[in-house]
Design a binder for this molecule. Sequence first.
Ligand code: GTP
Ligand code: MG
Length: 161
Amino acid sequence: GLKKKEVNVLCLGLDNSGKTTIINQLKPSNTQTQDIVPTIGFNIEKFKSSSLSFTVFDMSGQSRYRNLWEHYYKESHAIIFVIDSGDKLRMVVAKEELDTLLNHQDMCSRRMPVLLFANKSDLREAMSSNIKDKPWHICASNAVKGEGLQEGVDWLQDHIR
Ligand code: GTP
Ligand code: MG
């Protein structure tokens, strides 16, 4: 068959939002892990969709590691940003991190697709970030059950170029 196009995706969001759980669900079942622990630094994972071969940088969301994120913007084709819909206290922190990301010089004037997972429940109203110059999409997801994830990957596949 045809070789799938290789793309790099950066998975960002606060610690405990569910990034590693989401990526784990998207991996082939024989490579999925049962025990997910807080990410230290970052991990590199791979999964495929029907036409793309994804290399995902699953970054730690802990504050002490967030300064690593910006080093990977340039080589990424898309961003997955995960929000813990239940973490009302830190919603403002998540929004600040998203704004900082979108305003970074390596992100400006790039048509990089941004996929938001409102993970752990539905957060459509609460997500007020404005992304005007990039294609973006938000999915409600439950990473423990694997719900809402395929919709997100299908969207990414259609918007990466
Ligand atoms: P860091 O690596 O520290 O940045 O965290 P992370 O964003 O990778 O979060 P992780 O995937 O480790 O998940 C944190 C916790 O949230 C785990 O206990 C998961 O089981 C739980 N979790 C993830 N997704 C969901 C979800 O959709 N619903 C519920 N209820 N729990 C979830
Ligand atoms: Mg993690």
